[in-house]
Design a protein. Structure first.
Length: 68
């Protein structure tokens, strides 16, 4: 489940209506934007070390070049 929220001090305000009964225990996992990059870099290094490579011409002509 993805929810939208805002942190204000030590409080996180949740804007979405949650279909969770009162008294139900919940668990949250929080990630900040920086964590994505910290995980992406080792992933890329691992892929490079395994010799995985996609030739650039594979994507030639895939994108529609019209203005819409």
């Amino acid at each position: 489940m993805q929810i939208k929220k805002i942190k204000q001090g030590r409080t996180i305000e949740i804007f979405d209506d949650l279909d969770i009964p009162d008294g139900q225990e919940i668990s949250l996992s929080l990630e900040t934007g920086g964590e994505f990059w910290q995980r992406l870099l080792p992933f890329r290094q691992e892929q490079d070390s395994e010799g995985i490579w996609i030739e650039p011409d594979v994507f030639d002509g895939v994108r529609d070049s019209s203005s819409g």
